[in-house]
Design a protein around this ligand. Sequence first.
Ligand code: SF4
Ligand code: SF4
Length: 334
Amino acid sequence: MPTEDKKPILPVEVDRDTYRRFDQRKNVFGRMLHDTGADFHKVGMYDLVKEIIGEDVEGYTHMDFARVRGAWAVYNHFHQAFCREGSTEANTVMEEVIPDRYEVEDKKKMSQQVKETAGIYGACKTGITKINHDWIYTHDMDGKPIHIPEGYKNAIVMLIKIDKEPLTASPSMVAGTENALGYSRMAFVIGCMAQFIRTLGYKAIPMGNDTALSIPLAVEAGLGEMGRNGLLITPEYGPAVKICKVFTDLPLDHDEPRDHGIARYCKGCKRCADTCEVDAISSEDEPSYRTVSESNNSGIKRWAVDVDRCYKFWVGNGGDCSTCISECIFTKSH
Ligand code: SF4
Ligand code: SF4
């Protein structure tokens, strides 16, 4: 690893003059739905699937696509896991008696118990940070303004590990199945975590990619750093993780952002940029405030990814792409 530049890049550098909270409708999926000026407006990720599976190429067969769809099933159908309403209701599954509120006498111990519980449900790592309102979307995908009610102070940020072996088949539906499974596991974990917190007598809003930007929250919770490929890079699993979070009023201790040396390493490593088939990843040495797509929110120092190019490549593949995950040095090294 390069050692000459020891200056940490932490946690997320923001230019206060230009940074604005992001509208979720401006991310690539939001623009696909709402941005009539985008050349991928109304072009769904799987729109070309019928033609693609008709060619019966390995990794893109009808069987492969059926596996992808099966893997998305929990994520797609478990709407309650991604619902901001009903954040105080513990009795949604069984008509049990709910005990009195659990009194938290030791925030540090409670944080440890939350992390252990997240591990039981399937998170590979958990960090806790205060809710930074900079990262909350102004509006959701349907254009509804997002307001987090009073009292919510803490974000429990959980990582879901995805298996790096199937990702080596990227881009293909084989890798797509593993990605989709990651999202379905995420729905499972946040649903369980929210119910755990509500049963202790506290409020919980579970979320996947919705409601707030996951990567900066994960960085602030000490789980990793933002990499050249635009993803959270963790020291343990590289970028082979999905991020989910639960906002809560449960009293908890906070983790601190940590310098793992990852963003510094990215300055000298351009492997993801070299292997991306559509040159969507920057090869510039230094991160900057430059943006390359309307879906890059301004005012954040990073290597901006051309997500328009990336998304169109996904559509052309009949699914997604994970090459910049599987090829990352930090994925390969665990
Ligand atoms: S997902 Fe694929 S197309 Fe998109 S940036 Fe990564 S390597 Fe490039
Ligand atoms: S492949 Fe290299 S440059 Fe790209 S994110 Fe991983 S470590 Fe950083």
